[in-house]
Write a new protein. Structure first.
Ligand SMILES: [Zn+2]
Length: 202
């Protein structure tokens, strides 16, 4: 064992959508001594001086194994071990540089950066995971709004205007249902707008 020590790896220039995710940059790992034979080290992420995550790694010349604990609010801690393949390419001016192969099934894309949600993925795979998660939330908001519109006796369709108070319904009930409907309608509209905007660029 030798090579890499413990280092702090930061990524600059990450876009807004990836800003909340931990980023592994292969060039920084290499600067830290990884991939020169077998080595071990740690990557830590900090935000305003506070540690936001830590991953231990073992590197070989063509592999990187990550070990870390994943924390999701309200869920038990999960120990994760992830294997990532590393490939080398010749540089134009001589020398070689390493690349991660995205570990997601069916992807395998050559990338310099991987982003950590539960596991580390390329930017495009992360975008798809993020989009499908948001899509689920948006669909639920649409269904909630539609159910409330039904209770209010309004026309279906969150883009249709509001109706009035149904005959015989108490005002307090009406105001509450109307307010709830507006809340889910807004949530759904924001989700739909985001879906149209969210296109990972590579
Ligand atoms: Zn990928």
């Amino acid at each position: 064992m030798g090579g890499a020590g413990s280092g702090r790896v930061r990524c600059s220039g990450s876009k807004a959508e990836t800003g909340d995710y931990r980023c592994l940059d292969i060039r920084m790992l290499r600067r830290d001594g990884a991939f020169e034979g077998e080595g071990a080290g740690k990557v830590r992420w900090r935000r305003r001086g506070v540690c936001r995550g830590e991953v231990a790694y073992l590197s070989g010349t063509e592999s990187l194994t990550l070990g870390y604990t994943y924390r999701r609010a309200g869920a038990p801690l999960e120990d994760i071990v992830q294997h990532i393949r590393v490939e080398w390419s010749e540089c134009y001016l001589g020398g070689k540089r390493p690349w991660f192969l995205c570990p997601e099934d069916g992807c395998g894309k050559r990338v310099a950066k991987l982003y950590g949600a539960r596991v580390f993925l390329c930017r495009q795979c992360l975008g798809l995971t993020y989009a499908s998660q948001r899509e689920g939330e948006t669909d639920r908001a649409v269904r909630r709004a539609e159910r409330l519109r039904e209770q209010l006796g309004w026309h279906t369709g969150i883009l249709t205007g509001d109706g009035g108070k149904p005959k015989g319904m108490h005002f307090t009930t009406f105001f509450r249902l109307r307010q709830e409907q507006e809340y889910y309608r807004q949530k759904a509209l924001v989700g739909l707008a985001e879906k149209m905007k969210f296109l990972p660029d590579h």
